[in-house]
Design a protein around this ligand. Structure first.
Ligand SMILES: Cc1ncc(COP(=O)(O)O)c(C=O)c1O
Length: 394
């Protein structure tokens, strides 16, 4: 056995949870991802999806993907920089830029590679990248890949952000990067205060709208729009893997920033472009969310109903203000156990343990879609209450 294999053979945490029968990952879904999914020949209520708009199974989105595949083929065989740019990519970029209120946008192959490629290449050695300590892993990796000085502030603690800004050289670039909606906790970044600090310290702001797009703001334009602060935010990032029912991501900003990224972001230049089918599906989903405001209304009706029901049932749900509802467990073993009990009762939820949250904050994450019915929510609350009570968490 080589040294590497010897070292890695000691890693058996997953096997320990498998032996206990509570390993919760890689569960196979045998069909489309709607509010109910087929798993092991059974129907399971899906409360673990990020498809907030409920469009992943929409026939129009599927048809757009099929048609694009027929017209353009299955892949682009190269990066956007060279032979991989389709007219479809350019159209989607234009429409996304307009949608989020910026001059221009660039589409990448995933949301993760937007953050890892963009954040790492904007600033120099003498500059600073400042992140919320609950920012998404892709933001953390983008920060780690940069040569800049790296600072973190306590989650949504604006006094701590100000303290970090005070440490910076006033003449250097100070890039603050935040999740607009925090992906596990469901709370919002305090953008009004971050913008105030931007002006006070001459900083730059990038907001990750992965969970804001299709959910907040006019027609689902995101959290920046929700706060009326689009013009104050320098870079807006989004993914296609949640409300846009596909895979891919984008960055939107003014011309000078996009010109730099177009020619310097390594995950854009040195990685193949998004497939025709994925690009066309995202474009169709973008059209649908603009043309069907009732979808956004339904999402908020379901969200507000679920928030009320979980609160009334006594769950600890933190400061969420979004369709992401964390049910705090605060114990890793019990987090896995309650996920398993819920699954046995026919409810799919996601366990969240470190590094996706702080060790003392383990939780199960419930997420709503526009297509969830009140009956489905009632059923989930009832089954989760039973599971939480069985483990003395509630
Ligand atoms: C806040 C946030 N940013 C970025 C990403 C990465 O997006 P994608 O899954 O589309 O690569 C995610 C996905 O989990 C996310 O939650």
């Amino acid at each position: 056995m080589g040294l590497l294999q010897e070292k890695l053979a000691k890693y058996n945490l997953p096997q320990q949870f498998m032996a206990k029968g509570v390993y919760p990952y890689f569960r196979e879904i045998e069909g489309k991802q709607g509010t109910e999914v087929e798993m092991g020949g059974h129907k399971v209520l899906m409360f673990g999806s990020n498809a907030y708009t409920g469009l992943t199974g929409d026939e129009r989105v599927i048809e757009a993907g099929i048609n694009a595949m027929r017209k353009y083929g299955s892949g682009c065989a190269g990066s956007r920089f060279l032979n991989g740019t389709l007219d479809l990519h350019v159209q989607l970029e234009k429409e996304l830029a307009t949608f989020v209120g910026k001059d221009e946008a660039l589409c990448f192959s995933t949301g993760f590679t937007v953050n890892s490629g963009v954040i790492s290449c904007l600033t120099d050695r003498n500059d600073y990248i400042i992140c919320d300590d609950r920012d998404h892993a892709s933001i953390v990796d983008g920060r780690r890949l940069s040569f800049s000085q790296q600072l973190k502030y306590k989650h949504n603690d604006m006094a701590d952000l100000e303290k970090q800004l005070q440490k910076c050289n006033p003449d250097s670039v100070k890039l603050i990067v935040v999740d607009g909606v925090f992906s596990m906790e469901g709370d919002l970044a305090n953008l009004p205060e971050i913008v105030r600090l931007k002006h006070k310290y001459n900083a730059t702001i990038m907001v990750d709208e992965a969970h804001g797009l299709g959910v907040f703001g006019k027609q689902g334009r995101g959290v920046c729009d929700h706060f009326g602060l689009t013009d104050e935010i320098d870079l807006i990032m989004g993914t296609f893997s949640k409300s846009l029912a596909s895979i891919g991501g984008f960055i939107a900003a003014d011309e000078s920033i996009i010109n730099w990224l177009r020619h310097n972001a390594r995950t854009y230049i040195f990685s193949a472009s998004n497939t025709p089918a994925a690009t066309a599906a995202a474009l169709e989903a973008l059209h649908i969310i603009q043309n069907e405001p009732e979808r956004l209304e339904a999402l908020w009706e379901a969200t507000n109903y679920a928030l009320k029901r979980f609160r009334e049932a006594g769950f600890e749900i933190g400061a969420t203000e979004s369709p992401i509802i964390p049910l705090y467990v605060r114990d890793t073993d019990k987090t896995f156990m309650v996920t398993k009990l819920a699954f046995d009762e026919g409810v799919f939820i996601n366990p969240v343990i470190p590094p996706a949250c702080a060790p003392q904050d383990t939780l199960v994450r419930v997420a709503l879609m526009a297509t969830h019915t009140k009956e489905q929510i009632d059923s989930a609350v009832e089954k989760l209450t039973k599971a939480f009570k069985a483990l003395d968490i509630l």
